[in-house]
Design a protein around this ligand. Structure first.
Ligand code: ARG
Length: 584
């Protein structure tokens, strides 16, 4: 037997290289053999045959023989109309199972890159909401997946702590707050500052309804004045700004903690916007940008199919894109990264297209290392989230809601957990897990309509179902270990039934799924895979007596399969940021 533990897929790849001197990625051409044909796994020969301009039959024979020689006695093969069918002997399942018990099974060693992933990056004028939650979950899951396949990852967020948005909250607080602090009203700091942002918005709308011109809105003008004062370093303005931002940071930290996510680096727009401004001033001198009579600075991208874009306002205050220019430059100067991925919603597609264009015009060599990972929005059953209409769920209330649904719909009905303390901590793990799974099982490019109640259903395609399956596995293991400790070497005469075979087959796909999801930056592949693993396991569980005191050797093999299943579920869910419970 090949002691490098190579599987059929890997040996096939090797055979194509050895026989035909071709780097070919056969993974995509493998599928489970159709029921009508003999076999377990099928390699589809068509695309390879086309590429090599050789008959499929010949290629199939050569590859089949090569693989068979490597895995002596473990497989047979047959070729039927362009399909190379591998027929596994039971020994091949033992081989696969042993391979999966080896921890290297999980850790792929792809060529490592240093990748920076930016996500979350909130504004400091209000609390995080459902949309941020999707962003954060996608960002941190992608980071974990890339780490798992061997990349070096820097998780970063830039906090947009300066600009007109925070000045709006500041104006309202100055005018109406009477010195009130979050502690005075027992509110989280980000919610507190958000309250004043809403108040600003309400007054602004009232003003607009009377005089429908932005520039006549006195409260907006006050906010603009404040921004100007801020950029000119006005001490009192800076003090209020610092204080209100501090409240918000404390609030954000608490939300991140509850969501169990973190960052390696945190940047603040207030520290980098000046770099952006300087770059623009230099670009203006070089003629890359142009200035209007009112002194505002622009870039003309009409030749490239875009608009003219404002880079500095007439009062020389900087805009959103100004800071992104500075930030990108500093990041490449400081971190020596191979790649920078911005996880930002698709409403900012245009922003990033323009940003990359501007950086290109400025002549930076690393522009091709930038990418914007765009994703779709979250909708509520009542429609798109709009803060103005109050149709918005903030992250903190969402978590509370999830905990309470976990209690009501799962723990109170099905759980064996008796102690209140354990129930409470489990409610958090189940509620949060359900929410994370609900978000991550959907392809980032697709819209989500969020129904909190639907996400916790231990019979549906939910995180709860997978957690439940996992706790069932751990409970079986506890029982078996009580019965007798693991037997060692009874591998040789083992027979597998179809449920066990299916289980081993699906488990051994894990590294392939990992690779695919890391290449496409798509956590939903993992989410859907762990669901399939759970389903396959539950079928095995229903159909078979897994622990049979009269057949300990067979039970032992089953326990090995179950053990790997538990590990794969835990590892996969961990990549989605979801914790597992040993008991539920
Ligand atoms: N703070 C911005 C917002 O809330 C998102 C920032 C995204 N990241 C960036 N580098 N522009 O819309």
């Amino acid at each position: 037997m090949n002691d490098h533990f190579q599987s059929i897929e890997e040996i096939t790849k090797e055979s194509i290289f050895v026989l035909y001197k071709l780097e070919y990625c056969p993974e995509l051409d493998f599928q489970y053999t159709k029921k009508e044909y003999p076999g377990d796994l099928t390699f589809i020969l068509f695309s390879l045959s086309k590429k090599l301009r050789k008959p499929a039959e010949d290629i199939g024979k050569n590859i089949g023989t090569y693989v068979q020689n490597q895995l002596k006695g473990l497989i047979r093969f047959s070729i039927i109309e362009g399909f190379l069918n591998f027929i596994f002997e039971d020994g091949y399942y033992i081989f696969l199972l042993k391979r999966m018990l080896n921890t290297n099974f999980y850790h792929l060693k792809l060529p490592s890159k240093k990748i920076m992933i930016e996500y979350s990056s909130p504004n400091t004028n209000k609390p995080l909401h459902l949309g941020h939650v999707r962003n954060i979950l996608i960002g941190s899951s992608i980071a974990e997946i890339l780490k798992m396949v061997g990349h070096q990852i820097i998780k970063i967020q830039i906090i947009n702590d300066r600009g007109i948005h925070i000045c709006k909250s500041m104006v309202a607080w100055k005018k109406f707050g009477k010195g009130e602090t979050p502690d005075d009203v027992n509110m989280k700091g980000d919610h507190f500052v958000g309250k004043y942002y809403s108040l600003f918005d309400k007054i602004y709308r009232e003003e607009l309804s009377k005089v429908p011109k932005e520039k006549n809105s006195s409260i907006l003008n006050e906010a603009r004045e404040l921004l100007n004062k801020w950029e000119n370093g006005d001490l009192i303005t800076r003090k209020i700004w610092e204080r209100m931002n501090r409240w918000v940071y404390n609030g954000f930290e608490e939300t991140y903690r509850k969501l169990e996510i973190n960052f390696d680096k945190i940047e603040y727009e207030s520290n980098v916007y000046k770099t952006g401004k300087e770059i623009i001033k230099k670009g203006l001198k070089k003629g890359i940008f142009f200035q209007k009579k009112d002194l505002s600075v622009w870039i003309d991208l009409t030749k490239e199919g875009f608009d003219k874009k404002l880079l500095l306002r007439s009062d020389q205050t900087s805009v959103y894109i100004t800071q992104d220019i500075g930030t990108a430059v500093e990041r490449f100067k400081k971190y020596n990264i191979d790649k920078l991925i911005y996880i930002v919603g698709k409403e900012q597609d245009y922003h990033f297209q323009i940003l990359f264009k501007i950086l290109k015009c400025l002549g930076y060599s690393w522009v091709n290392k930038l990418s914007h990972f765009s994703y779709e929005m979250v909708y509520l059953p009542s429609g798109r989230m709009k803060s103005r209409e109050g149709n918005i769920i903030d992250a903190d209330s969402l978590f509370l809601k999830m905990y309470s649904i976990a209690k009501k719909n799962f723990l109170n009905k099905y759980s064996k957990l008796k102690e209140k303390k354990e129930q409470d901590s489990s409610a958090k793990i189940i509620g949060l897990g359900a929410m994370k799974y609900y978000f991550l099982k959907v392809d980032p490019k697709k819209k989500i309509v969020f129904y909190p109640e639907k996400s916790i259903d231990f019979k549906g395609k939910t995180g709860t179902y997978i957690q439940y399956t996992y706790s069932r596995i751990r409970s079986l293991e506890r029982k078996f270990f009580n019965l007798c400790s693991l037997l060692n070497d009874y591998w040789s005469n083992i027979k597998f039934d179809v449920y066990e075979k299916n289980m081993i087959k699906i488990l051994q796909k894990y590294p392939l799924i990992l690779k695919k999801s890391s290449k496409s930056l798509n956590p939903s592949l993992i989410a859907n895979y762990v669901f399939e693993v759970s389903k396959t396991f539950n079928l095995l569980y229903q159909k078979k007596r897994l622990i049979d005191p009269l057949n300990l050797v067979q039970s032992n093999i089953c326990m090995n399969i179950i053990h790997v299943t538990g590990n794969v579920l835990k590892s996969g869910m961990n990549l989605l940021g979801i914790k597992m419970l040993d008991r539920m």
